[in-house]
Design a binder for this molecule. Structure first.
Ligand code: CA
Length: 229
């Protein structure tokens, strides 16, 4: 059974979400407090977190950030304020989905199903060394050499594709520009590392919601880049 953690301080809303999700066959845990919710999300393995933004204790922003640093499980952020949702989307915190309260419970169930299915494909594909890499909204089909963002195909040059795939296959590993150049361009990196910077910039323009605050390829100042998972 897929397990969902609901972090929501409004108990009536949490109970309503629980009822609908349980009817759909999910196992549900509710935490009404941000600190406890964060602790549980990090300690136990859930398949999805439904995360309210405004919470007593640690707020949803910080919970999302800390879960994302440690885990790749899907997060649906919910808030009663549309402008708050727009703001957090812009911050690129790494939530997989955003919903404005009040939402229909059936909509929540549909999205929970979709995100859990995607997550389980990702976990499964890592185990099977599948030719598809899916991380949040990014999908890389290594066999067809195609890249999609939120289902929309983006055109990549050969080297852009190779660089993105190399980074995505080795998430959380920090690579210097020299290492990336040697791996992708397959020659000594004399005078070549500026090429890496140019390619990273072009890749970001295609895959990032906000290139000044990248969700996927992070710049490690003075060192290089890493792909965040
Ligand atoms: Ca709240």
């Amino acid at each position: 059974m897929s397990e969902i953690l609901i972090i929501e301080d409004e108990e009536a809303i949490a109970e309503l979400e629980k009822d609908y999700l349980e009817l759909s066959g999910f196992g549900i845990t509710i935490e009404n407090d941000g600190n406890k919710g964060l602790e549980l999300a990090l300690k136990k393995d859930f398949d999805l977190v439904i995360l309210d933004l405004m919470l007593p204790g640690t707020d949803g922003f910080e919970i999302c950030r800390q879960i994302r640093q440690n885990k790749d499980l899907p997060i649906i952020m919910v808030s009663a304020k549309k402008d708050e949702i727009d703001k957090i989307r812009g911050l690129g915190l790494g939530a997989d989905d955003y919903m404005t309260k009040p939402f229909s419970p059936s909509e929540l169930v549909a999205r929970a199903n979709a995100h859990i299915a995607r997550y389980q494909r990702l976990v499964g594909s890592n185990a099977n060394n599948n030719e598809i890499i899916e991380i949040r909204g990014l999908k890389i089909d290594k066999t067809a050499r195609r890249v999609y963002i939120d289902g929309e195909e983006k055109t990549f040059t050969t080297k852009e594709f190779d660089l993105l795939t190399f980074l995505a296959q080795n998430p959380n590993h920090v690579y210097t520009k020299e290492e990336l150049f040697r791996n992708i361009w397959d020659m000594e990196s004399i005078g070549g590392i500026a090429t890496v910077t140019v390619h990273i910039k072009k890749i970001r323009e295609k895959i990032e919601f906000d290139t000044s605050n990248p969700q996927y390829i992070e710049t490690i100042w003075g060192v290089g880049y890493r792909f965040k998972i």
